[in-house]
Design a protein around this ligand. Structure first.
Ligand code: 13P
Length: 340
């Protein structure tokens, strides 16, 4: 099936009461790992590329790899999403490239670092909504600021500095007409999220529930949702790495989020850890090897394992067959205001 809109996937996920992992990619092996995990677990998938990934890969390569994915895995509903678009222009270029979903992160200014005003965020997001919906493309926005920095994007704050205000979130959705809303509830990008295991207190789950109560029909997005498992840290450190002890977001907290309106869960770091651990292992155990396939294959396999596990934990496993693809034209028509 062709690439589908993220809105279709999230609407379906809401009906089924499950979440869908959104996994970041930069190259072919990561796309293959995700698609193989999706086939194994029969899951719909969201594959996302950040600005950094688009620059690294030249996004035309990524786009064509994604088309190959739809040909080779025709039974898997697949979305290509822009992660953290920093400006209307960036979103426009992703739309022109063929992405079926974009994130306009107007919580930060276009420098991707400075927290913005509410008015700026509404204006930029609204412009992207108008442009994207005309083509049936989905829009994710963000209100509140996540912690950490990813691919140079982020205010570098801790996750608790700019939490989402539920009243403002409601206003933001009304003014922008977006499809999915990323909220800041204490998570941050990267491996170093928490210095001890977080509880329901550390993560502001009450706030998430309040946002869901106010916006029951909006698909909520949890960024910074890697669990940073100790086993993956240990592999890296066992084979010469130097990660400091750290904690991520426990899967049980994500599952609580899914029961309270979270439909998209962003995961990048866990896959990076799995890949790095597998490569380090080959380098240490077989120093005579120099064929990139000797370490890229185990790296791909290690990432596939993590992704498949998350697909089961988020509940999307077994749901690939629930979809009859809706064309982008049909999606665009659905966004048109009904004439009176
Ligand atoms: P992690 O760093 O926790 O994997 O988060 C990734 C993310 O939120 C991408 O937008």
């Amino acid at each position: 099936m062709p690439l589908v809109s993220m809105r279709q996937l999230l609407d379906e996920a809401a009906k089924g009461g499950y979440g869908v992992g959104a996994f970041n990619v930069n190259n072919m092996e990561q796309i293959q790992a995700i698609m193989e995990a999706a086939r194994e677990t029969q899951s719909p998938v969201i594959i996302q590329a950040s600005r950094g990934a688009r620059a690294y890969s030249q996004d035309k390569f990524l786009y064509h790899l994604m088309l190959a994915a739809t040909e080779l895995y025709p039974e898997i509903p697949t979305v290509l999403h822009l992660d953290h678009g920093n400006s209307v222009e960036t979103c426009k270029s992703a739309i022109e490239m063929g992405f079926t979903s974009v994130m306009m992160d107007g919580s930060l200014m276009p420098d991707g670092k400075t927290p913005s005003s509410f008015e700026y965020n509404v204006d930029a997001t609204r412009q992207v909504v108008e442009m994207a919906h005309a083509k049936g493309i989905t829009v994710e926005g963000e209100i509140g600021c996540l912690g950490g920095i990813e691919d140079g994007h982020g205010a570098g704050l801790d996750g608790l500095s700019h939490l989402t205000d539920p009243v403002q979130a409601e206003e933001f959705v009304k003014l922008t007409g977006l499809d999915a809303l990323a909220i800041a509830i204490g998570t941050s990008h990267g491996a170093y999220k928490f210095t001890s295991k977080p509880t329901g207190e550390t993560l502001k789950m009450e706030r998430l529930m309040e946002i869901h109560r106010r916006l029951p029909n909006v698909h909520l997005v949890m960024h910074g949702s890697s669990s940073v498992p100790k086993e993956l840290q240990d592999v890296i450190n066992q084979y010469g790495g130097k990660l400091k002890p750290t904690w991520g977001v426990p899967v049980e907290e994500i599952q609580l989020g899914i029961r309270n309106g979270v439909r998209k869960i962003n995961v990048d770091t866990d896959n990076r850890l799995a890949i790095t651990g597998a490569i380090r292992k080959v380098f240490m155990e077989k120093p005579e090897e120099f064929d990139p396939r000797s370490y890229m294959k185990p790296a791909r396999e290690a990432m596939k394992k993590v992704v498949a596990q998350r697909m089961v934990q988020f509940g999307q496993a077994g749901h690939a067959g629930d979809y009859t693809p809706i064309s982008m034209e049909e999606m665009a028509a659905r966004y048109q205001p009904v004439a009176v």
